[in-house]
Design a protein around this ligand. Structure first.
Ligand code: AMP
Ligand code: MG
Length: 350
């Protein structure tokens, strides 16, 4: 298959033309990679079973991992699911934006989209290209991250091209993604509580402005689920986001981390490090996460840096383990999976 690569230029008339062509691809059951504020999505109609099948095939995604359905306006959730007052309150505060809410699904959503389940995950993206494409196509759009399953999610159209060239109909290049990590996924528990199934830019504290109780699913923080335990958000069980390089996560104060890398690193290695530490690791490649303490910038860069490590054919990448809470919870959740849940504590035998 020939994959068309089209740029969003900022010229309103040109972009409208490009989006109209992409919408036509969606309506006839094809796949288009699109920019969103989180990561690039692999978009297909959520009303067509065949589109969902094509998405799983193009990604090499296990078919027991359901797809998020994207809508143009929060109230469009009514078309595909049964939203209640808590959904509306959350939508009023966080939509459009990086929040996905799991709701009971309506029959118009094929079982393939929801991996056989009776719930559907609903999101209303704020990226104007994604928004307009959903609007013009007239279809709700299933869109998982547009990477081959298992490797880091794409945050630029070039990443998508390298994973999906020849496998999908079209790629829309809308520049780099603003947030860089996937949306927060929540389940609603009654009238005023929710559970975070996957952390993202909408944090537990932010959800607490709307929900009286915010729980975090154990699958978010625990490095690995015990055999036989089924996570509620099936995506949490896979080794995920992983570079080919061996990613070694070090659980230690900053100074001990620097010492650990200096004493142990050899071969072609890189270090995920704040800009201020660029010169600390001679002989290694500095993979700069931004100014120290800037959690948003580090999140924006993470997947791109893991891909850069592979482009540079690094054998090993070292990274500090961030705290599993607040603004760094989403980063923590992604990086422990990228490391296959292996964490080194200097001083303890491995
Ligand atoms: P991705 O499509 O790569 O952004 O991943 C979507 C995430 O949402 C995965 O972790 C899925 O397991 C999760 N998800 C999608 N639909 C549902 C659902 N109906 N219930 C719970 N989790 C879901
Ligand atoms: Mg994904």
């Amino acid at each position: 298959m020939n994959t068309e690569y089209l740029k969003i230029t900022g010229d309103a008339a040109e972009d409208e033309h490009v989006i109209a062509r992409a919408a036509e691809v969606i309506r006839r059951g094809g796949l288009v990679a699109i920019p969103t504020e989180t990561v690039y999505g692999l978009a297909g109609s959520a009303l067509l079973e065949d589109s969902a099948k094509k998405i799983y095939a193009a990604k090499g995604r296990p078919s027991d991992n359901p797809l998020i359905v994207h809508i143009a306006l929060p109230e469009d959730a009514e078309r595909i699911a049964y939203p209640g007052p808590l959904y509306r309150a959350l939508a009023g505060r966080f939509m459009p934006g990086p929040l996905t809410v799991v709701l009971r699904k309506k029959a118009c959503i094929p079982d393939t989209v929801t991996a056989g389940g009776d719930t559907v995950a609903v999101r209303c993206p704020s990226n104007p290209v994604a928004h307009r494409l959903i609007e013009v196509s007239g279809h709700p759009i299933a869109a998982p991250s547009a990477n081959r399953s298992g490797i880091p999610s794409p945050t630029t159209a070039e990443h998508v091209l390298s994973d999906m060239n020849g496998r999908i109909d079209m790629i829309l290049d809308g520049g780099p993604c603003e947030i860089g990590l996937e949306s927060t996924v929540i389940r609603l528990d009654g009238d005023d509580a929710c559970t975070i199934l996957r952390p993202g830019a909408v944090t537990a504290d932010m959800l607490g402005e709307v929900c009286r109780t915010v729980r975090i699913s154990p699958a978010v923080i625990e490095p690995a689920l015990a055999d036989g335990i089924k996570p509620e958000s099936p995506g949490m069980k896979y080794r995920h986001y992983a570079p080919r390089a061996d990613l070694i996560l070090v659980d230690a104060p900053h100074d001990a981390f620097v010492r650990y890398v200096r004493e142990n690193a050899s071969g072609r290695f890189g270090v995920l490090s704040a800009n201020e530490d660029a010169g600390s690791f001679t002989g290694g490649m500095a993979l700069l996460t931004g100014p120290r303490g800037d959690a948003k910038e580090a999140a924006r860069r993470l997947f791109s840096l893991l891909r850069r490590a592979d482009e540079a054919e690094l054998e090993t990448v070292y990274a500090e383990l961030p705290p599993p809470d607040g603004e760094t919870l989403a980063y923590y959740n992604r990086i422990i999976r990228a490391a296959g849940c292996r964490i080194v504590k200097p001083g303890e035998s491995e």
